[in-house]
Design a protein around this ligand. Sequence first.
Ligand SMILES: Cc1cc2nc3c(=O)[nH]c(=O)nc-3n(C[C@H](O)[C@H](O)[C@H](O)COP(=O)(O)OP(=O)(O)OC[C@H]3O[C@@H](n4cnc5c(N)ncnc54)[C@H](O)[C@@H]3O)c2cc1C
Length: 483
Amino acid sequence: MDFRNFPAGNSPIEETHAVVIGGSIAGLLAGRILTDYFDKITIIERDLLPQEPQHRLGVPQSYHVHSLLTRGHRILEQLFPGLTVSLMEQGALEIDWIADLAWLMSVSDRWTPRFHSGITTCLCSRNLLEFTIRRHLTKFNQVDFLETASVTELLINSNQAAIAGVKVKIANQAPIELAAQLVVDASGRNSFAPKWLAALGYEMPCETRIHSFLGYASRLYQRSEQEAPDWQLLYVMPSPPNNPRGGMIFPVESDRWILTLAGMGKDYPPTEETGFLEFARSLRSEVVYQTITKAKPLSSIYGYRNTENRLRHYEKLKRMPENFLIFGDAVCSLTPIYGQGMTVAALNALTLDNCLKQQQQNMGKVNMRGLSRRFQKQIAQVNKTPWLVSTSYDLRWKTTIGGQPNTITQLIQKYLDQVMKTAVENNTVHKTLIEVMTMLKPPMALFAPSILLKVGQYQLQSLVGRKTTDDNLIHHIPPMGST
Ligand SMILES: Cc1cc2nc3c(=O)[nH]c(=O)nc-3n(C[C@H](O)[C@H](O)[C@H](O)COP(=O)(O)OP(=O)(O)OC[C@H]3O[C@@H](n4cnc5c(N)ncnc54)[C@H](O)[C@@H]3O)c2cc1C
């Protein structure tokens, strides 16, 4: 791309141009939506983008389990028809969230029963997912990637009311200025947008931060062919308030597993061999340890601790420059263990689409007036539920800082514990719970009369007297259909 073709600063340009800061999942999805509205889109990425699925510096989370929730998967397929086939051709697996998931819930010592639910998604490494989305996006002629380039400043127009472009530092070159009618910040949880706004005389957004001090440690394994289990993915949840340790084994392409060990409240899993395996052995169930010690390790062990819930309230700013949007983790980053981040980015993309559609109908092609404020207000609504899910679960831990569960939250937590217990016994409740967790249904679905009734019945049965549980059940995943 020849940058000299771009007029400098805030001069009017005929060809409509949008800039996206950050070429990770949120940036790629924003870029895809913009192809329907702009003649040219430049995605500016600090890293050199790999030519195959590979880790890169800007996405340190790629070493860890990345579950794509069903809602997110469906939106991705809608935005990039054929994406699932491309992923599967490269070894991704289609899984059913009930039939294929061996799940030990926080409140139970028994694994959830497995049956075909039709609630599916596609699982692979985070690298393969991002790489494949990027490849699909490059099919749009109007999209250009500017790599090894960092945005360092926002450029503002002469009346200080609208963003007119960005200043970019490209490796080993003098900084350049790119003019654009719209700038979207998708630079992730460490976004500089608050500082950039402050530098232009705007207020910084206030932030809500809730930190459960979750830490991850992850490693890749070759799946053991002799010991192939009948589940595809396995999840031992931490169990508040006393057991902060959990573990996940997820399938990724090339017949590999990724094991992510998780510890809440600073009970961080070690990243050296012996400590890592001891941590796996110390989980509530032996299954993770037994499975993994039969598989061949393929990688080093990688840790990650930057997991705070962080919400930046751009929607509350009294003044916001026009032509500037903030998107994805840059607005709302969540504790990763609930697997919501990429789906939230996908929902943000749909919101961007709606806002731009409305903008075009009301104001014509180039006029972006009012878009920034409308978009930030709408995604604040979209982000509300995932934020609530993530933070209310994190607040079950006494070690979490940044908030306290109020009486209503505590009552909801108690009810949700009962829902989970009932789900182990009742397929309808189990299916609804999975629909909520994969973001197909809102959490209110768990308060529908039919679910309330089943949860009530379960509680009554528990009071009357329940069958004695076998301590050994926790260490053995029953074959599918056996419960
Ligand atoms: C450990 C971990 C596990 C996770 N697991 C899951 C999961 O299971 N499921 C799920 O849905 N989500 C998960 N997430 C969240 C998910 O990774 C993010 O929500 C998702 O990547 C969207 O983030 P993003 O694109 O907004 O930001 P990021 O992925 O952080 O990307 C930001 C990009 O911007 C670039 N950048 C930054 N600053 C600049 C600049 N100034 N100029 C140019 N480029 C810049 C960076 O290099 C990077 O490429 C997890 C996150 C973590 C940390």
